[in-house]
Design a protein around this ligand. Structure first.
Ligand code: GLC
Ligand code: MG
Length: 390
């Protein structure tokens, strides 16, 4: 391998199909532009990593079809194969890790019982990856059933659905995200952890790239439905941004006085329903920077009365440094700085929100706000707090 001796200024970890490579662009304009940018400004001090679902065979084929650069590191077969340099030297340490709780034969045996599954081409069947096609309409049910069967057989596997058609069965420790974690760890022990890492992708097998700590992410605008779905279920920071966009427009009198959004907000606040009472769940609370505590329902009620109260005035709201971390399989902690510009006054609250998945169906049933807590950022306290709402 071309030895990595210095920490990279930037490491880009990019998916290929429909991310780095636009199959609808016969002229390959964006790819060629990226190539020029990379070679002129980054090649000398940064790392290019391709992370693809393709096997080495199909990867090499794509390289023949498209004007692609030579990456420093290649992650293939959905994170089950890592190679270095242009000679593509395999990482044997990674292979050993993947052998844990993995038995290809059992996977083949169990999957053969599902008529909904069609095996992909022979080239795409790899030592730590068994791949199928399955119809969109049947995918969820098949995945649930298959995963419980494999668990009963003592295997710890990961099922990934991509592009609305591909189903990959991998060892639990595999996947693009795990491979990236492994790589970052390795670079760290060698004292060459990249200064910045950016992951890019468009489909289901890229989702885990976006939960690796300290890695920036780009979901391309043509992202697949299953990735958008994953984003809606997991990236809770998005809900925060959406709420404050609405809140600003509401106070400026620009949002349609929409009862439906308010109703959905109310419904997303943890409240005393009979079920909640039975579980002895607390009501969602909001702790103001002043120390005053209210229920979230009271806050929403107060907001209802403030529609357009900032009309014609200088009033802006934005959030910065949003960080959403899962704290359990169905719970998240979202931290962010909430800024408010009102006239000449600019204030900021360091905010922590706890969010839970609603119902038993996991995150897909929606979410609830459990609590929100704010503290003034030093030097940015608001003087008149009589109408501080969120
Ligand atoms: C690539 C691979 C295929 C895999 C898919 C999704 O298309 O060739 O085997 O199922 O990526 O990960
Ligand atoms: Mg892709």
């Amino acid at each position: 391998m071309d030895r990595i001796t210095k920490a990279a200024r930037l490491m880009i970890v990019s998916d290929l199909d429909h991310t780095m490579v636009d199959h609808h662009d016969p002229e390959n304009m964006s790819l060629l532009r990226f190539n020029a940018l990379w070679e002129s400004n980054y090649r000398h001090d940064s790392l290019l990593v391709f992370s693809t679902g393709r096997s080495p065979t199909l990867y090499k084929q794509l390289r023949k079809e498209k004007p692609m650069l030579t990456p420093d590191i290649t992650i293939m077969s959905v994170g089950t194969e890592i190679t270095y340099g242009s000679s593509m030297l395999p990482d044997d340490g990674w292979v050993k890790i993947l052998n844990q709780k993995w038995d290809r034969n059992v996977v083949i045996e169990e999957t053969s019982k599902f008529p909904e599954l069609t095996l992909q081409a022979e080239t795409e069947q790899r030592p730590h990856k068994v791949s199928f096609y399955v119809d969109k309409t049947e995918a969820q049910v098949v995945m649930k059933e298959l995963s419980s069967r494999l668990e009963k057989r003592g295997l710890d596997v990961k099922l990934i659905y991509s592009g609305g058609m591909d189903l990959d069965v991998l060892p639990q420790g595999a996947g693009k995200g795990q491979a990236l974690s492994y790589l970052l760890n390795k670079l760290k022990t060698e004292g060459t952890l990249p200064v910045n890492t950016l992951a890019c992708g468009d489909s289901g097998n890229d989702a885990e790239l976006f939960s690796i700590p300290d890695v920036y992410g780009v979901m391309v605008s043509n992202a697949q439905e299953e990735l958008l779905q994953w984003h809606a279920e997991n990236a809770k920071g998005y809900e925060v941004v959406k709420f404050y966009l609405f809140y600003e427009r509401w106070r400026r009198g620009e949002a349609a006085n929409c009862e439906t959004y308010i109703a959905s907000l109310k419904a997303s606040c943890h409240s005393i329903t009979d079920k909640a009472r039975a579980r002895q769940d607390p009501t969602a609370t909001f702790v103001f920077p002043t120390g005053v505590e209210k229920t979230l329902h009271e806050c929403i009620y107060a907001m209802k009365g403030c529609y357009g109260d900032q009309k014609g005035k200088q009033f802006r709201v934005w959030v910065d440094r949003v960080l959403s971390t899962p704290t359990g399989s169905n719970t998240w902690l979202v931290k962010f700085d909430k800024w408010e510009l009102s006239g000449d006054e600019r204030c900021c609250c360091v905010t922590t929100a706890k969010i839970n998945a609603k119902g038993s169906g996991g995150a897909s049933d929606g979410y609830t706000w459990v609590s929100v807590q704010q503290k003034w950022l030093e030097g940015y306290e608001k003087k008149d707090t009589s109408i501080w709402l969120f």
